[in-house]
Write a protein that binds this ligand. Structure first.
Ligand code: BDR
Ligand code: CA
Length: 308
């Protein structure tokens, strides 16, 4: 199995993404690193412990950066509920977080397996950027960073910016400029993957606690997506980033240059993607430009079905 560290800000789609990763025998989840984002850090850390308990998985989890590098904090409690995991009957964490900081853990795991570690990042990139600053050798040592964030098109949190990019544009810029092998799974594909009422029912029909909790989280999410974006359910953003590691063939990839806008103004946090190669700049990422959504959901459902 492929060694991975999951870095994110649960957040209900992060939790579903992590269930998928923890349920997949092809991934060896070495650690979970929590970052500020959808809700404040204390909650994303707790939610990491809750998600591990829900998955029946015993893995170390770590608290990371509690705020963006430069800008003021942005959260998304309106989308994810005040706690980040709006569901009843969630298990308590079975263990406390590790004393080691998330950034130190990322560096340690990266150095322990040169060329072998994949980081699946589903939140603001603050932890990853700090790790790259503290350990300049890390970008060369990682197998890959796969990030849910950005968009080849426009944003969801501002007209120009996707939430994870907007929540720490400077960190995203550090990662995109680092030379690390990088894949970006942005809104242009994730907004095609909708947890429709039929799909939510299929999760509920699994008859498991993980299925029931996933269904409950995605039902809360659907309300927001219906009202805000006129969609028939919530978008499965973060699970698609895990799927991109498990089943890269389900997405279509194009290498291109991506610039992250760090000037404050209407485009703050935009990922400007050179889709047509008009700048002549060398690609710094492979960007998802297409997705087989039915196959993705089918495999997601089958994986979650294996969680008790
Ligand atoms: C991203 O923002 C967060 O609210 C979600 O968890 C996802 O990672 C989508 O823009
Ligand atoms: Ca997230």
């Amino acid at each position: 199995p492929l060694p991975v560290v999951l870095d994110g800000d649960p957040g209900l789609d992060d939790a579903v993404a992590w269930l998928l990763a923890l349920a997949s025998p092809d991934l060896d989840v070495r650690a979970i690193t929590a970052v500020h984002g959808n809700v404040p850090l204390a909650l994303t850390v707790r939610n990491a412990g809750v998600t591990l308990a829900l998955a029946g998985a015993d893995r170390p989890y770590h608290a990371g950066a509690d705020r963006p590098l430069v800008r003021g904090a942005v959260t998304a409690a309106a989308v994810h509920g005040a706690t980040g995991l709006p569901a009843q009957n969630l298990p308590d964490p079975t263990q406390p977080p590790q004393a080691e900081h998330a950034v130190a853990a990322l560096i340690r795991h990266g150095r322990a397996q040169p060329g072998g570690l994949t980081v699946i990042a589903t939140g603001p990139l603050t932890n990853v950027a700090l790790a790259f600053r503290l350990a300049p050798d890390l970008p060369e040592l990682l197998r890959e960073v796969v990030w849910m964030g950005g968009s080849t098109a426009l944003g969801n949190r501002t007209p120009a910016a996707e939430f994870n990019a907007l929540a720490d544009p400077h960190a995203a810029r550090i990662v995109f400029d680092s030379g690390v092998p990088l894949r970006m799974v942005g809104l242009n594909v994730t907004m095609q993957c909708i947890a429709t009422p039929e799909r939510v029912q299929a999760l509920r029909d699994l008859g498991t606690r993980a299925g029931a909790v996933s269904a409950e989280l995605l039902t809360f999410y659907a309300g927001v997506y219906r009202e805000r974006y006129g969609l028939n359910g919530g978008a499965l953003h973060d699970p698609l980033a895990v799927a991109a590691v498990l089943w890269p063939e389900l997405l279509e990839w194009t290498a291109m240059d991506v610039q992250v806008e760090v000037h404050e103004g209407p485009n703050f946090g935009r990922t400007t993607c050179d889709v047509y190669g008009v700048t002549g700049r060398a690609p710094n990422a492979r960007v998802a430009v297409g997705v087989d959504d039915p196959a993705f959901f089918d495999r997601l459902l089958r994986a979650i079905a294996t969680v008790p």
